[in-house]
Design a protein around this ligand. Structure first.
Ligand code: GLY
Length: 312
């Protein structure tokens, strides 16, 4: 059995490993590993206190996939309700749908008892938003953003890849060999309201199939949507590629995307035999994994595959 994650998932590893060690399911382990990350106020890319959209509203994306059946649940642009990963799991378990977004996602979360009355952004995050956006706009422009008829122009400046984005990825394989994969994010900081990244899109940011393996992405979600990155990795495994060749090929697919708005990408993957892998287009990035034999997680550098960045 094994737990694999993006490095920001380590805060949830004890909870996930406890479930795997006590014979629990990969699905439960994935959810339990991600929930502490969503609660972590210091992680500005996931759940509580994540960086908001350009109007200052927190919009959460999350998905979970069961490799036994390929059943999946996802929520997008969920406003102000955590744990988003648990809402996504409820979509999978209680609805004939896979993905709920916006008002419908909020409504469903409340219907399932996830109502949150807490303020989900701290004053520090609100101040960070103002500081970053004010690099490009006057005080008056900042104050009237909600009424702007040119939000798209500000978004193009504010979402420059030099600023920020991130996500949490977790893959688990339990003692039965079953695989599950979960992803959660507050999305790209300062994004256009309603923007969905790859995290809630099954096949883009998340894919799991017991027969071959699983993969998940962090980075510029638009690229993973365009290249169907997580599904591609699992399909490459199905075609007989090794885990390293499958990931390298998926990174190469991203590098070959045409047009503009090409940024950064990180991915983690696991094959059905329990071999983990981590890849990044940035040097020095790491991922983590832990097996039942290991007392604690190992942090390993991701294999670098360069992607030529092109913005605007
Ligand atoms: N990969 C996270 C996002 O693009 O929202």
């Amino acid at each position: 059995m094994i737990l694999v994650g993006s490095t920001n998932a380590t805060i949830g590893f004890p909870a996930g490993m406890e479930i795997l060690r006590s014979g629990g399911s990969a699905l439960d382990a994935v959810e339990a590993t991600i929930r502490p990350v969503e609660d972590n106020p210091d992680d500005r890319t996931v759940g509580f206190n994540g960086y908001p959209n350009i109007l200052g509203e927190l919009e959460l994306d999350a998905s979970i996939m069961d490799g036994r059946t390929l059943e999946s649940g996802a929520i997008g642009a969920l406003k102000g309700v955590i744990p988003a990963i648990s809402v996504a799991r409820k979509v999978m378990e209680t609805l004939p749908h896979v993905l709920l977004v916006g008002d419908g996602a909020d409504r469903f979360a409340k219907e399932m008892g996830f109502e949150s009355t807490e303020e989900l952004l701290t004053p520090e995050v609100k101040a960070a938003r103002e500081k970053i956006l004010r690099q490009d706009m006057s005080a008056a422009e900042f104050a009237s953003l909600a009424e702007s008829d040119n939000l798209r122009q500000w978004v193009k400046l504010a979402t420059d890849p030099e600023r920020t984005y991130g996500t949490v990825n977790v893959i688990a394989q339990d003692q039965n060999g079953d695989i599950a994969c979960g992803v959660s994010t507050s999305g790209w900081a300062w994004k256009y309201p309603g923007r969905l990244g790859d995290s809630p899109i099954i096949g883009a940011g998340n894919y799991a199939d017991n027969r071959y393996g699983a993969a998940a992405c962090t980075g510029m979600g638009e690229m993973a949507i365009r290249a169907s990155t997580a599904r591609s990795i699992v399909l490459y495994l199905k075609m007989g590629l090794s885990i390293t060749d499958a990931c390298a090929q998926a990174m190469q697919d991203l590098n070959e995307l045409g047009g503009k708005f090409i940024g950064r990408m990180n991915l983690i993957a696991l094959d059905k035999d329990g071999t983990p892998a981590g890849y990044s287009s940035m040097k020095g990035k790491t991922f983590v994994y832990q097996t039942s034999e290991m007392e604690t997680y190992v942090e390993q550098e991701r294999t670098l595959v360069e992607i030529e960045e092109r913005w605007g």
